[in-house]
Design a binder for this molecule. Structure first.
Ligand code: NAD
Length: 491
């Protein structure tokens, strides 16, 4: 069994109370690790360490090229330990190792990208309207950052925060989800090996209501960056008002995937499946809400059902597994409840809607790929994020109707649509109110492009240049080289 500690002010420590939390394997509920369960006291110490490293430790003044060197080094170490990290992520989350390997490729690339950007933004010279003056804008690190990540893509989400913060010259207190902390602990070990100065990186393990709440409330934290559910995001936003800290939120999504009659049928079916069943649907950008135009509706739904029947459930470590379990027993209960809600709301259940009837999977948190057709816009399974392997199908007639339905949600993370009509591509991509819009594709993201939500899907952007800017303050500097007396008052 793996036993780990947490990292505060350059030391690996246990919880003050000695309390530990068991980490379970979602495939069979066995205990795989034990980690400290900290509270507010340890979090305050980590914040104080990050504060000292920022205010007195010289990290923000370290030349950007030197910060970049350490972030590049961390990327190299992630590549060196790629397979170990991928296996650890699968053990902790249940996803297939193949998926975890892609995640690790991305993660190394994310550290490299932000390392590369660290010394590229030299600010801006302003054309001053006042004679004999100089005016320029510089970007400075925002300060101590509290970073709170979710359980579904544990290290990927942590890397979206950690890499730009370190590259920008901020210090970090990271709080991974208490359900899946193992890869974040491992990368903290790699950060120590890379040689980040004491206090620059801290990782505290414990419940959101204590560790997360302390990070959100603390007056010594300058920015809180959170990825997780909407309700937690709202709680954090309220908690952050005490010192008006900056708030960056990546919240949930209910992402429409619209299939028009003129779409390439086979590709649309293929990508619709990929859009939902990766990581058993536990993806903020899952295209779980599918809208199909009436001309191809029946054929599309039948083809989807046939291919869904063939999805192979199993252990993420087996080569032939296509979909692993859900990540926790609590989450399985939530997804099961949504299955029941769908049945009660009158959606037509075409497949699944239950746990698998397979002795080999009985100890894992498995839920069958589930297909509901005849769904209406106001159903809870259409409007709420089920975060599981559940597809809802709505039939539509016109382009206008599709866009109106797709936009009728409190979420605004991502959306996709399938068509071969160039004019429709222009119209619909403009009309959809989402942070990312995919045309003839789904669920694609890369570090070079910004990621984030409209409406209640969040505040701010991660990734891309904007992902680095989140971690900077903008300072305008103005210098007068020939200051003359004004003699306005009391001359
Ligand atoms: P969650 O909101 O339950 O928890 C996320 C994190 O917040 C955890 O680390 C948790 O311990 C912490 N937390 C809980 N209560 C807290 C509090 N009161 N104060 C501070 N921190 C607290 O979310 P989850 O179930 O771990 O993650 C799933 C959600 O994350 C889904 O809604 C999903 O869409 C969203 N998500 C969004 C993105 C994105 O890019 N927009 C990416 C991944 C996941």
């Amino acid at each position: 069994m793996i036993r780990k500690k947490m990292y505060i002010d350059g030391e690996w420590v246990a919880a003050d109370s000695g309390k530990e939390r068991e980490i379970l394997n979602p495939f069979d509920s066995s205990v795989i690790a034990s980690v400290p369960e900290a509270g507010r006291g340890e979090t305050r110490r980590a914040i104080a360490a990050a504060r000292r490293a920022f205010d007195e430790g010289g990290w923000p003044q370290t030349p950007a090229a030197e910060r970049a060197r350490l972030v590049f080094k961390l990327a190299e170490l992630i590549e060196r330990d790629h397979e170990e990290l991928a296996r650890l992520e699968s053990l902790d989350t249940g996803k297939t190792v193949e998926e975890s390997r892609w995640d690790m490729d991305d993660i190394a690339g994310i550290f490299r990208y932000f390392a590369g950007l660290a010394d590229k933004d030299g600010g801006e010279v302003i054309e001053s309207p006042v004679p004999d003056t100089t005016s320029y804008v510089m970007r400075e690190p925002v300060g101590v950052c509290g970073q709170i990540s979710p359980w579904n893509y544990p290290l990927l989400q942590a890397s979206w925060k950690m890499a730009p913060a370190l590259a920008a010259g901020c210090t970090v207190v990271m709080k991974p989800s208490e359900i899946t902390p193992l890869t974040t602990i491992k990368v903290t070990e790699l950060a120590e090996e890379a040689g980040f100065p004491k206090g620059v990186v801290n990782t505290v393990l414990g419940p959101g209501a204590e560790v997360g709440a302390e990070l959100s409330e603390s007056h010594d934290v300058d920015l809180i960056s959170f990825t997780g559910g909407i309700e937690t995001g709202k709680t954090i936003m309220r908690a952050a008002t005490g010192n008006v800290k900056k708030v960056a939120l990546e919240l949930g999504g209910k992402n429409p995937n619209i299939i028009f009659d003129d779409a390439d049928f086979d590709l649309a079916v293929d990508y619709a499946l990929n859009g939902v069943f990766f990581h058993a649907g536990q993806i903020c950008s899952a295209g779980a809400r599918i809208l199909v135009q009436e001309g191809i509706h029946d054929r599309f739904v039948e083809e989807l059902r046939k291919r869904m029947e063939r999805i192979k459930l199993g252990n993420g470590f087996d080569d032939d597994t296509q979909m692993g379990p859900l990540t926790s027993a609590e989450h399985l209960a939530k997804v099961e409840a949504y299955g029941e809600i769908g049945k009660k709301e009158g959606a037509k259940l075409l497949l699944g809607g239950c746990r698998p009837d397979d002795e080999a999977l009985k100890d894992g948190y498995f839920y069958m790929p589930t297909l509901f057709s005849d769904c209406e816009n106001d159903m809870r399974i259409v409007q709420e994020e089920t975060f599981g392997p559940i597809i809802t199908i709505e039939k539509f007639s016109t382009e206008e109707e599709a866009v109106t339905r797709a936009n009728s949600t409190v979420y605004g993370l991502s959306a996709g649509f399938w068509t071969n009509d160039p004019n429709r591509i222009e119209r619909v991509s403009k009309a959809l109110r989402f942070g990312t819009v995919w045309i003839n594709d789904f669920n694609v993201y890369f570090v070079q492009a910004p990621w984030g939500g409209y409406k209640q899907s969040g505040l701010g952007r991660e990734l891309g240049r904007m992902g680095l800017e989140e971690y900077t303050e903008v300072k305008h500097v103005y210098r007068n080289h020939a200051t003359k007396a004004l003699n306005w008052f009391g001359a």
